[in-house]
Ligand binder design. Sequence first.
Ligand SMILES: [Fe+2]
Length: 224
Amino acid sequence: MAAPMNGFRYIHKAIRHELDALETLARSVDGDAQRVSTFTQRVDFLREVVELHAAGEDEVMYPALDSRVPQVTRAYALDHQYERKIFAEIGTTLAQLARAAGASRDESSRQLSQRVTALNATLSLHIWKEEEQLLPLLDAHFSVEEQGAMAGRIVGHIPPEMMRPLMPWMLNALTLDEREDMLRTLMRALPAEAFRGLSAGVKARFSSADWAAIVKRVPELASV
Ligand SMILES: [Fe+2]
């Protein structure tokens, strides 16, 4: 990782990966009860991840940037409010879809697809701007130590019970090089027992071949 805050690129990548998957999936949810329920769970999880991520930015990263680079973060904070609104609309549409029948089911289905496409477009643009504008500004105005402290405070926003499902979800979207980098960064940052617990959760969610490839890169995980 070139700088600690570049870890943001990994969570961004995982968010975009899930948005693409949900946009495709939304076209075939129809009103099928099982598909609506699975889709709702995935959207709820993504919403929680995005909410925690945005909270870290609103409370830590943007105020830090404001102190050295005025007039930049306001538009990004407004994006967060807009994203919340679309997530809420998707939640409403999914609730409608769960009870709808006939023509109203087709209408809700169409609306769901439209709103998930809008969410993907909005959130992907927001993330892209953060990577193109905000992360380079952090690199230009904050030392590696300052960025490390900031990253630590942002990760501190994530409750431990959320870290467990979050890690495999995130690593799933990354290349092997990125997985190795992410795991090594966590290994340095976390107490040994906490890291071990997280790794066990990842192992349980990965195929044995994928896990073996990770262990080859990070041999410290062989005993997990
Ligand atoms: Fe953001």
